[in-house]
Design a binder for this molecule. Structure first.
Ligand code: URA
Length: 420
């Protein structure tokens, strides 16, 4: 086989055979195909797409480029949840313990934040002492004990994706539905849980700006998961405005704990119940309505909070944060953005809020940048609420930036206000 024929076929809208796709992924991963040739093929995919069959074969070849975990030692039904990312998305910290409280094991590997979106691993590392790099045996042991653990992606999982993803970043070939699908699903299939729930976001703060694209990506990922023998479902959710009121690492852990303490019932809580119920249904725990009740009960009974606290302790973190969120790191500086007149908060643009949080120090522009765990934003009002002149709309926090002028300007540009 040869790479020029493969590039030409995709360029001419001709389908590749299963063997050609597997050869391409293996040869690129082992260094037998040059970056400039692979990026040429990736660009052809961006422009012309791949068929469903080609995407399935590509995903499986990427999965098989490294280890595929054997979770059978956990001894029960396992489920994985993936969100395509957004602003203020701390759902994994709530859904994991809630589903575990209902008898489904949640072994989860997560990533770090980049750009305007946050990452679960960064959020967890804001808890004093919390270890996100554990051996597979330790990870499986914690999941077996509490039902839930989250670690960073480690070991030899999907080396093909690592190489292809960084090449896509450097060659303007990230925004392709089949390539995004293969990248996400190869990692999910390598983790190898029995059930996979995909939370596909659309809107200003999401990868997919358009609802139709999120639907297309979600359907394709479902087909890939099912073809690999998984119970797999995609739900499409709104990321036009941030999820919940806190954005930033320690601030998001704080809000997740407040939901687990049953103190917060807004859009974040509702979404967590819905996603947990979908996991439970996929795992065979009954009809969706029964599973919703079970998810609500997991939180109202305090069982999910107890599981969260035990997992934090077993991963080396301070479990007292489950009772007292003030033990989470606090910012040195804060700044209140006030309403200049009586107004209604009609929209909050999540991408702009994510960028504000980045300016405050909560995120990274480059992969290896340091981040300020205490930085971020607390939205003091929900979308649609009326705010009186002089009232605080949002509070900005940082320990690295004491001059809030740029961040405040950016934050205000995220808001659409109407007189009321
Ligand atoms: N997340 C991934 O892991 N891969 C992509 O291609 C996009 C988002």
């Amino acid at each position: 086989m040869n790479i020029i024929d493969i590039i030409n076929k995709t360029k001419r809208h001709q389908e590749l055979s299963d063997e050609e796709i597997s050869w391409l992924i293996n040869a690129y991963t082992s260094g037998d195909i040059a970056d400039y040739q692979m990026s040429s093929w990736l660009m052809a995919v961006c422009l012309n797409g791949l068929s469903e069959r080609e995407t399935i074969i590509m995903t499986k070849a990427m999965r098989d480029s490294g280890d595929v975990l054997d979770l059978s030692c956990i001894g029960g039904i396992t489920a994985d949840k993936h969100s395509t990312g957004g602003v203020g998305d701390k759902t994994s910290l709530i859904i994991g313990p809630a589903a575990a409280a209902c008898g489904v094991y949640i072994p989860k590997m997560s990533g770090r934040g980049l750009g305007h979106t946050g990452g679960t691993i960064d959020k967890l590392e804001s808890i004093n002492g919390f270890q996100t790099e554990l051996s597979f045996d330790k990870f499986a042991e914690i999941v077996g004990k509490t039902g839930f653990s989250i670690i960073s992606q480690s070991g030899n999982l999907c080396p093909a994706d690592k190489k292809i993803y960084s090449l896509r970043n450097a060659s303007g070939t990230v925004d392709s539905i089949p390539l995004i699908c293969a990248s996400i699903m190869s990692k999910k299939l390598a983790l190898n849980a029995d059930c996979i729930l995909l939370d596909v976001k659309y809107g200003s703060g999401a990868f997919m700006k358009k609802y139709e694209d999120a639907v297309q990506l979600g359907r394709l990922m479902e087909k890939v998961g099912i073809s690999a023998g998984k119970k797999c479902r995609a739900v499409i959710t709104d990321m036009n405005s941030p999820l919940g009121k806190n954005i930033g690492n320690a601030l998001e852990v704080r809000e997740a704990v407040e939901v687990l303490q049953n103190k917060s019932q807004g859009r974040l809580y509702e979404l967590c119940i819905e996603l947990t119920a979908n996991i439970l249904e996929l795992a065979g725990k009954g009809e969706l309505t029964v599973c919703r009740k079970a998810a609500e009960e997991a939180i109202s009974s305090g069982k999910a909070l107890e599981i969260f606290s035990k997992t934090v302790e077993l991963q080396g973190g301070d479990p007292r944060i489950a009772d007292d969120v003030t033990l989470l790191p606090q910012a040195k500086y804060s700044f209140a953005v006030k309403a200049p007149e009586n107004m209604r908060l009609s929209a909050v643009n999540s991408e702009e809020i994510g960028m504000t949080s980045l300016i405050l120090g909560a995120g990274r522009t480059e992969k290896d940048d340091d981040i300020d765990m205490t930085a971020g934003i607390v939205m003091e009002h929900e979308q649609g609420e009326c705010i009186s002149e002089g009232e605080t709309i949002m509070t900005l926090y940082s320990s690295v930036c004491s001059d809030f002028s740029e961040a405040a300007h950016r934050a205000v540009s995220a808001l659409t206000m109407e007189r009321c």
